[in-house]
Unconditional design. Structure first.
Length: 403
């Protein structure tokens, strides 16, 4: 018997909108087994190819994977006047009244707000929580719920008991939920993120790595082969803190011949560009914008070091992807980073989240990069292959067949 699962999130798995949630959904669909039938009710970043309201063909996944966009999103992830979450919820509410979701056996959610719309639905409901939402009480947080954390917590307390299963990508979130909702303890699980090992692969040998390195430097217009390239991948927003990264890079670059590549876009791009100009770094920093996964993998294979400057995280997929290509990682000490980065083995964790601390970590990693590159970095992500991580989700869905 086939189980039909509806996935709700304003994501475009067929597009290249950056974000960890989007990547997780794409992975769930890509490796979906044939006895599970998935439909993602998402959003379109390309209305000419994937119009709102029309089922679209995905370029991955089997015949039992479907995509129906309910609203539009900006492919650069820039914020609109009307938040995408609000537009999406209104679209979902409209389609609920029309019965669009009535035929599904189980419902999956990636935001608490959408789960709230289905709070009275008796079908099995699952939610993946992508952050320890206690962060909304931190004054440095940029999540909109920081303006009314009490309201979020009230909604959360009202809908989580209706969930058949709660997955969280932060161990601290699992612990907090089990303490807050002890009656739900058996329904709450830690869900590590994973890396697509079919795309994010290391160079086969030294010659292939040299080719990848030369290709990237040619793309960036770097004629000096001694330049070492640092890369970061992610939204240019407060969570990822690219301004801290630029400040750290400015401190590190006089001691080394460095170039920085920023993959992604977001609300802080103009601020980052201005800071680069102020610090006279414009010729040492390349903004390559949002890129598809294959291009990101190519950039990572040609880089010398990956750098993450985030203020807060779960288990960042961009770090897993970098390590999977054999690229060592320097990171602030956030989220589940200590599960992935061991100093001097797969990278370096900054001793403090300051420009000086991050710059020092970059310097330490560059001194050891030859020893960390390749197998030591690849080994760090071996427990996080999709066939291992997704198994529990698929088994959970199989148990939720109608009747």
């Amino acid at each position: 018997m086939t189980t039909r699962i509806a996935i709700f999130h304003p994501a475009d798995p067929a597009g290249h909108v950056p974000g960890g949630i989007d990547t997780i959904i794409r992975g769930m669909l890509k490796w979906a087994p044939s006895d599970l039938d998935y439909t993602i009710f998402g959003a379109t970043s390309d209305e000419s190819s994937r119009p709102v309201g029309r089922e679209a063909r995905l370029e991955f996944g089997g015949p039992n994977v479907h995509f129906v966009p309910l609203t539009r999103i900006d492919p650069s992830s820039r914020r609109a006047a009307i938040p995408v979450t609000l537009r999406y919820m209104l679209a979902v509410r409209t389609q609920m009244k029309r019965g669009l979701f009535d035929s599904f056996d189980a419902l999956d959610f990636h935001r608490i707000e959408t789960l709230w719309l289905f709070r009275h639905d008796r079908r099995p409901k699952n939610i993946i929580v992508h952050q320890d939402m206690s962060i909304i009480r931190d004054p440095g947080c940029d999540i909109a719920w920081r303006h009314a954390p009490w309201l979020y917590e009230r909604i959360e307390g009202g809908v989580l008991p209706s969930a058949a299963h709660v997955y969280a990508v932060r161990q601290t979130a699992v612990e907090r939920y089990r303490k807050t909702y002890p009656q739900l303890a058996q329904r709450i699980s830690f869900l590590p993120t994973w890396v697509d090992t079919a795309i994010f692969t290391p160079p086969a040998d030294a010659a292939e790595r040299d080719t990848a390195r030369a290709t990237l430097r040619a793309r960036l217009g770097l004629s000096d082969a001694s330049v070492r390239v640092l890369t970061t991948v992610g939204r240019l927003d407060k969570q990822k803190d690219p301004l801290l990264l630029i400040e750290a890079f400015a401190q590190a670059s006089p001691q080394a011949n460095l170039h920085l590549v920023l993959v992604g876009d977001g609300v802080l791009r103009s601020n980052v560009e201005q800071l680069c100009s102020t610090l006279k770094l414009s010729g040492q920093v390349s903004f390559v914008g949002v890129q598809p996964p294959l291009q990101i993998a190519s950039i990572l294979r040609g880089s010398d070091l990956f750098v993450l400057s985030s203020a807060y995280e779960g288990m960042p997929i961009a770090v897993l992807e970098a390590l999977a290509t054999g690229l060592p990682v320097v990171s602030t000490n956030v989220g589940e980073i200590p599960l992935l980065i061991k100093n001097g083995i797969s990278g370096q964790i900054a001793s403090e989240r300051t420009a000086q601390g991050l710059s020092a970590a970059v310097g330490a990693a560059l001194d050891q990069v030859a020893a960390m590159r390749g197998k030591p970095s690849e080994d760090a992500v071996s427990p996080f292959r999709p066939e291992l991580i997704l198994r529990s989700i698929y088994e959970n869905h199989r148990s939720q067949q109608a009747g």
